[in-house]
Write a protein that binds this ligand. Structure first.
Ligand SMILES: [Mg+2]
Length: 293
């Protein structure tokens, strides 16, 4: 039997996409008195001189720097409550709960779900004010030793691996014990790519932008409009204008009536409209039951 495919997924990167800062700088370093400049310099050294992946480098430097003071995951989770976001968040998620979809969309069972895929630490996002609105958060994770202190990476999500999680959302395989590579016919995948919108901020999101484009999904690259150096804007401009990686770019302002909100709402509306049309024609041909009014 085919899946109803009436869920719309908005998938977000985290650092620089939902937040103007990096989560480690914002909440982890102040809590443990870590010098951010030294920390990232050491990470760059590991990448440059020792061939480390970026994500494994920051996880190793964090463990090395904390040494005996390594916290528990539960302590990191508490720090996540201090994370701050771009303007309009988390309010947008609340506003999207009521009023984004019409009565007709609801009658056909259309829903919107939010997901975060980050190369940062999942546990911080689990403790954040965004968590209640998000169906699933994917990020790097530490295992704990016998004393419950963080000790070794349990999961690392590099920017190229982020695409795997788009397929997990597409196939509804949110449990990590399920193999994302298992074959699944397109009509039983719960969230087709045409029902997905990806929001990211730059080069590290290019693999995800590419997957969305190839599979008929939508993507938006966002930039911090308050950065006087315009670094984010330049990255986005390059990706859309010269590299043709992403069609839409917008300032990372999630408040109502901003360019980003208009794009997101328009995309959701169009996808929802398409779902309703498809279901109406399926009702006519008798393959699904009419919605109850
Ligand atoms: Mg980012």
């Amino acid at each position: 039997m085919s899946a109803p495919q009436n869920t719309i997924a908005i998938v977000y990167d985290y650092d620089q996409t939902l937040s103007p800062s990096y989560m480690q700088d914002e909440v982890v370093f102040p809590a443990f008195g870590i010098d951010g400049a030294k920390f990232w310099a050491r990470c760059r050294e590991l990448v440059r001189d020792h061939g480390y992946d970026n994500e494994l480098a920051y996880m190793k430097v964090l463990l090395d720097t904390l040494g005996m003071d390594r916290p528990k995951n539960s302590e990191l989770k508490k720090l996540g409550a201090k994370l701050n976001f771009y303007k309009g968040l988390p309010e947008m998620f609340e506003q999207f709960r009521n009023g984004l979809l019409s009565a007709e969309h609801h009658a056909h069972g259309v829903t919107v779900e939010h997901y975060i895929i980050s190369s940062g630490l999942k546990v911080l996002l689990d403790g954040s004010r965004l968590q209640p609105y998000v169906r699933a958060i994917f990020g790097c994770e530490f295992d704990e030793d016998d004393d419950g202190r963080i000790m070794f990476p349990r999961r690392v999500i590099s920017h190229t691996q982020k695409t795997q999680f788009l397929f997990r959302i597409n196939k509804g395989l949110l449990d990590m014990s399920q193999d994302v590579n298992d074959h699944m016919e397109s009509d039983i995948r719960p969230i087709p790519f045409s029902n997905m919108i990806y929001v990211g901020d730059g080069p590290t999101d290019v693999p995800c932008f590419t997957v969305m484009k190839k599979n008929g999904g939508q993507a938006i690259a966002v930039y911090n409009p308050d950065d006087p150096q315009r670094a984010g804007f330049r990255k986005c401009y390059q990706l859309s204008t010269h590299a043709d990686r992403v069609k839409h770019i917008a300032p990372s302002d999630y408040r109502p009536n901003t360019h980003l909100r208009l794009l997101l709402e328009q995309m959701v509306e169009e996808i929802a409209g398409r779902i309703v049309e498809r279901r109406k024609s399926a009702v006519e041909t008798g393959t699904v039951r009419a919605p109850k009014h």
